[in-house]
Design a protein around this ligand. Structure first.
Ligand code: UDP
Ligand code: MG
Length: 280
C-alpha cells in the first residue's frame, strides 16, 4: 500500500504564467498539513511554456513529491483530471484549478472533511464569485437546474476545487469523458456517496484567461442529456418534450415538426459528439 496520504491533482492548459505562484503556494499549504503529500500536474497538451515551467520545478529538489503527466494533445479538463486520477496514489484526492481563483490555502478545509470520515466528496462553494455577470448567472441557472433534477442541495456543483476519496474517482471513471467534470458531484451523489459543501473565498483570475470558450455552454447541454437520465425527473423532461412534439404535429404540423426534428437532431448531435470524444 502507498504511504502517500494526499494527492493534489491540477489540470493545466497553457498556465505558464500561473504555475510558479501556484506551486509555491501549494507547497507552503501542504507543508502545514501533517500528511505525506504529492502534487500531480497534468499538462493538457499546452502550447505555451507550461512544460518548461514544469521541467524547471522537477529539476529542483522539492519538499513534496511532484509528478508531471504530459498529454500529447489537448483532451480537455475532464481528460486531464482522468489522467491525473490514474497516477495519483494518495488516500485522499484533491483537485484544483491552476488559475488560483480558489486560493490553495483553503485546501485543508476540504481535506479535513474527508479525513474526518464525514464525507466522500467535499466541494468548494465559491462565495462572492469573481467572474463576469453572465457567467455567474449561467452558473446560478445550472446549479438551480441541478437541484431541481437531483433533489440534492448543492450550490456550486462545478467548482474546480474538490476533495474526494479515490474510490469515488474510480467509480466515476466511465463518466470521465467529454466535459463531464462539471457533473462529478451529482453523479457521485447518485452513486450513494456523501457530499458536503465547504464555503470558500473566490478571487478573479489574475493571469491568463479562461481556457473554456463559449462552446462550454453547448458541451454542458450535451452532457446534460445522459446525466439527466440518471433521475426520473430527467426522463419526465425528455418524454414530455417528445410527447408534446408528437401531439403538436397533429394540431400544428410546422411547430410539431420543428420540435420533433429538434429532438432527433439533439440526440444525433449528442451521439456524434460522444463517438468523437470517445475515439480520441
Ligand atoms: N484546463 C485544462 N484543459 C482545458 C481547459 C482547462 O486542463 O481544455 C484547466 C485550466 O488550465 C485550469 C482548469 O482546467 O487549470 C480550469 O480552467 P479555467 O480556469 O480556464 O476555467 P474557468 O475558471 O473559466 O471555469
Ligand atoms: Mg478558473
Amino acid at each position: 500500500m502507498s504511504s502517500v496520504r494526499l494527492s493534489v491533482i491540477v489540470p493545466m492548459y497553457n498556465e505558464e504564467a500561473n504555475l510558479p505562484e501556484l506551486h509555491a503556494r501549494l507547497v507552503r499549504a501542504l507543508g502545514r498539513l501533517e500528511m505525506t503529500s504529492e502534487i500531480v500536474y497534468v499538462d493538457d497538451g499546452s502550447t505555451d511554456g507550461t512544460v518548461a515551467e514544469l521541467e524547471a520545478i522537477l529539476q529542483n529538489p522539492q519538499p513534496v513529491c511532484v509528478h508531471a503527466v504530459h498529454l500529447p494533445q489537448r483532451r480537455g479538463k475532464t481528460g486531464a483530471l482522468s489522467a491525473g486520477f490514474a497516477v495519483a496514489r494518495g488516500a485522499i484526492f484533491v483537485t484544483t484549478d491552476a488559475d488560483l481563483q480558489e486560493p490553495p490555502e483553503i485546501l485543508p478545509m476540504l481535506i479535513g472533511r474527508i479525513d474526518s470520515g464525514e464525507a466522500d466528496v467535499a466541494v468548494a462553494w465559491r462565495q462572492q464569485r469573481q467572474d463576469t455577470a453572465f457567467r455567474v448567472m449561467a452558473s446560478r441557472l445550472f446549479n438551480a437546474s441541478m437541484r431541481w433534477l437531483t433533489g440534492i442541495s448543492l450550490h456550486d456543483v462545478n467548482c474546480g476545487t474538490k476533495a474526494l476519496r479515490p474510490e469515488v474517482a474510480e467509480k466515476l471513471q466511465g463518466w470521465l469523458r467529454s466535459d463531464m467534470h462539471r457533473y462529478l458531484p451529482v453523479l457521485a451523489a447518485r452513486m450513494g456517496y456523501r457530499i458536503v459543501e465547504v464555503p470558500v473565498p473566490h478571487v478573479p483570475r489574475r493571469r491568463g484567461r479562461s481556457r473554456f470558450g463559449a462552446s462550454r455552454y453547448l458541451r454542458a447541454l450535451l452532457d446534460f442529456l445522459p446525466v439527466s437520465l440518471m433521475w426520473w425527473r430527467g426522463w419526465m423532461v425528455w418524454l414530455g418534450l417528445a410527447v408534446l412534439s408528437i401531439l403538436s404535429l397533429r394540431f400544428h404540423p410546422i411547430a410539431g415538426g420543428i420540435g420533433l426534428a429538434f429532438a432527433i437532431g439533439w440526440l444525433a448531435v449528442a451521439m456524434l459528439f460522444y463517438l468523437r470524444r470517445n475515439s480520441t
